[in-house]
Design a protein around this ligand. Structure first.
Ligand code: SAH
Length: 368
């Protein structure tokens, strides 16, 4: 039994079963034993590989996106360039190199990282050493400066904790984690029903059938960013795996060593995520801030010119590298089960911004 398992067991024994959201938060971000708190999980030797770790093209295109958004904002003399959950810092390193094409942008940009993991903060410091004059780290979004901002977050939202709810005999109950008959952790339902729970769902999903599971994510960091954009101007871009429309289903998933793991076993030793509900994200739009998208990752990266970028890189590469670039391109924009369709991009933009690169033809919410 690991330390976190011992601690969670004691919590259940004294306070009763834990919400899935509480369990997820402990597994990922416990100050001593959390998954991200204790390790760098990325890459071949780690647990999973993210888009910026697959190819430099991903970060480069996002860098150009940021620079172009800054230009569309009217090239302000100061802009907070914010990344939420920067991982190893690879995306930002590639982004800053590519953003040099936009004169003035890097002089105006002040770098802010939202990152809870001390191990990853250190890794980010190493990766960006020499690339920027300074980086400010934040444990939460509420300490970001009151300045126009451009925010990016790749695979950040999927790590925000979700609550799970299930309909049984006509009533909704929260799913909780308690101790099962064999003494291990087990899912169960809180006996107290939640009246009016269906009012929080899109109407087309109701009345829900018995057995339906609904996931609700704590989007506080994202709503914080959206209200800051409303107040100070700017835009945000989030890319993640998930579904364009809200629906039912248990999507909690543990991944370890590039393979699926059991979410209730060895807490804190596997990555724990769930699919992002992009309809719920888009619903954060308001009178001042529009939500644009979601677009599939393929549509977004293709509009930004990833195929042209791949061709240029291939032209300048040696034979084996040429194949590698082609493989990376297919991984990033390929159809399901590839990332091109599974992953989606959504943006938030202050309504003063006329349009955003990469989202031509995308759905716009919050235009009221
Ligand atoms: N963007 C990176 C890493 C994605 S993994 C990439 O694409 O490779 C998720 C990242 O978010 C990690 O850096 C993790 O430490 C951070 N993170 C997770 N939950 C967080 C939270 N609640 N607040 C701040 N950072 C968080």
């Amino acid at each position: 039994m690991n330390n976190l398992e011992r601690e969670i067991r004691a919590l259940i024994e004294t306070q009763g079963p834990l919400e899935v959201s509480r369990y997820m938060a402990l597994c990922l971000s416990h100050p001593k034993y959390g998954y991200y708190t204790t390790r760098d999980p990325f890459g071949m030797s780690g647990d999973f590989t993210t888009a910026p770790e697959i190819s430099q093209m991903f970060g480069e295109l996002i860098g150009v996106w940021c620079a172009e958004v800054w230009r569309l904002m009217g090239s302000p003399s100061r802009v907070a360039l914010v990344e939420a959950g920067p991982g190893r810092g690879t995306l930002m390193k590639d982004a800053l190199r590519a953003a040099q094409v936009m004169p003035g942008f890097l002089n105006a940009a002040e770098l802010h990282f939202v990152e809870t993991s001390p191990v990853l903060q250190e890794k980010q410091r190493e990766t960006l050493h020499g690339a920027v004059p300074s980086i400010a780290w934040h444990g939460e979004t509420n300490t970001l400066p009151d300045a126009p901002l451009i925010v990016i977050g790749n695979e950040f939202v999927d790590a925000l904790p979700i609550g799970q709810f299930e309909k049984k005999a006509g009533r909704w109950h929260e799913r909780k984690i308690g101790l099962g008959a064999d003494g291990g952790f087990a899912f169960g339902l809180d006996p107290a029903p939640l009246p009016d729970f269906e009012k929080q769902m899109p109407e087309r999903l109701t009345p829900a059938p018995n057995g339906a599971v609904f996931e609700q994510r704590d989007l506080t960091p994202i709503s914080e960013i959206v209200s800051r954009i409303g107040k100070c101007g700017g835009a945000a871009l989030f890319i993640d795996y998930g579904h364009a429309e809200s629906g039912f289903g248990d999507t909690l998933q543990a991944v370890s060593g590039h393979d699926y793991a059991e979410p209730l076993e060895a807490p804190g030793e596997a990555d724990l995520t769930s699919q992002v509900d992009f309809e719920a994200l888009a619903a954060l739009a308001n009178k001042r801030v529009r939500a644009i998208g979601p677009f599939t990752q393929r549509d977004f990266l293709t509009q930004l010119g990833i195929e042209v970028r791949a061709e240029i890189l291939q032209r300048n590469a040696k034979d084996e590298m040429r194949d590698e670039i082609g493989t990376a391109l297919t991984r990033l924009i390929g159809p399901a089960p590839g990332m091109g369709e599974l992953f989606k991009a959504i943006a938030f933009a202050h309504r003063d911004l006329p349009r955003l690169p990469g989202f031509d033809g995308a759905k716009i919410s919050g235009d009221a």
